[in-house]
Write a protein that binds this ligand. Structure first.
Ligand SMILES: O=P(O)(O)OC[C@H]1O[C@H](OP(=O)(O)O)[C@H](O)[C@@H]1O
Length: 346
């Protein structure tokens, strides 16, 4: 990642790039990778004073934080590791940071397993789930239900534009679950065959709103109309503490090229396919891109996430139990207490 702070080790920059470019994706995987990157930073730091070590760790956290804006699991992971950094010597700071990052990763795995067991209780033998995107938290519920001997089938939404539904389909087929893959547009038609809509989350707001892959909110509205319950599988690391004080969750805008190739753009607006008409890069930032075309008359918008209001969600399943969305704020207060600062601040 360009513009990284001095002292940030290349492995951290490379993890940040992987998150930005979605080679590492999914809210839990991003959190796991971020904690792992801070561990690597601690291991490889050549800082010769405690203050320099702390500066480097904070700079590494900032580099990771600036990758993608929507999944709160990322800042929650960074904050957790930074708060465990303790000691008066470089050696102590190093070992406490490493231990804290490792504990975070262990807890993350255990939380997902526990969440899966709880979510599995909602799934009955013979049920069909409809999925959207690829969520390891949602799939943990399916896995636990299968391990309990239940038979399930799945209707898997393709999930344009990046088709993460294919990852879900592959995982489900590895578990021998019958899969019907459908285009996103076919969801309402197939809801008649579904017993649950089962999705993950990138962030959960204090009012119980669910921020998840674009298309979730439309699916949830249709599911309500068809009488299909919507179940959101989300570890507590997906709870967004800033929303307790009225902050909103930033929705990541991604490159138009995920929707429209340069040639396709040229076919619509005429002229040659050039980079000059592309707007935004994969980070949603346009710092390195040519100026957006203002004269073609074609604007492409590509939000990665949307917000599903709590009234369309039946249950949020966490490792602490399942909650009606309206009561999630109680859990947030218990876990986070007072409002928090930027993750690299004490
Ligand atoms: O943490 P887990 O449950 O794996 O994934 C949670 C969510 O993260 C993904 O976002 P993206 O693909 O990174 O944009 C999807 O929106 C998915 O529902």
């Amino acid at each position: 990642m360009e513009g990284a702070e001095p002292g940030v080790v290349p492995a951290v920059e490379s993890t940040a790039d992987d998150i930005t470019e979605m080679r590492i994706r999914g809210a839990a995987a991003i959190a796991d990778a971020a904690a792992g990157a801070l561990e690597t930073q601690a291991e490889r730091s050549t800082a010769d004073s405690p203050a320099a070590f702390e500066r480097e760790i904070h700079a590494a956290a900032e580099t990771l934080y600036e990758t993608r804006p929507t999944a709160v699991s990322l800042p929650n992971a960074l904050r957790y590791v930074l708060r465990g950094m303790d000691g008066d010597t470089v050696a102590d700071l190093r070992s406490s940071t490493i231990a804290r990052a490792q504990r975070f990763q262990r807890d993350l795995d255990q939380a997902q397993d526990r969440l899966g067991e709880i979510g599995a209780n909602r799934l009955r033998d013979g049920d069909t789930v409809m999925t959207h995107c690829h969520s390891t938290d949602a799939l943990a519920c399916v896995e636990a239900a299968l391990e309990a001997g239940k038979e399930l089938a799945a209707i898997v939404k393709e999930t344009r534009p990046r088709k993460q539904g294919h990852i879900t389909a592959r995982q489900l087929r590895e578990w021998d679950v019958p899969v019907t893959l459908i285009a996103d547009n076919a969801a309402r038609r197939y809801l008649d065959r579904a017993d649950h809509v089962l999705v993950g989350a990138d962030s959960i707001a204090a009012d119980g709103s669910v921020i998840n892959k674009i298309g979730t909110s439309g699916l949830a509205v249709n599911a309500r109309e068809r009488g299909v319950p919507v179940m959101v599988a989300a570890q507590t690391i997906k709870l967004h503490p800033d929303t307790m004080t009225g902050h909103t969750v930033e929705i990541e805008m991604r490159s138009e090229r995920e929707l429209l190739a340069d040639e396709e753009r040229a076919a619509i607006v005429g002229g040659e396919a050039t980079d000059g008409d592309a707007k935004g890069d994969a980070t949603g930032s346009d710092a390195d891109d040519p100026a957006p075309a203002t004269d073609s008359g074609l604007t492409v918008e590509n939000p990665a996430f949307d917000v599903t209001p709590p009234r369309y969600v039946d249950a949020i399943v966490t490792e602490r139990g399942q909650f009606p969305p309206e009561s999630i704020v109680t859990l947030m207060r218990e876990l986070f207490g007072e409002p928090t600062d930027d993750p690299w601040e004490d």
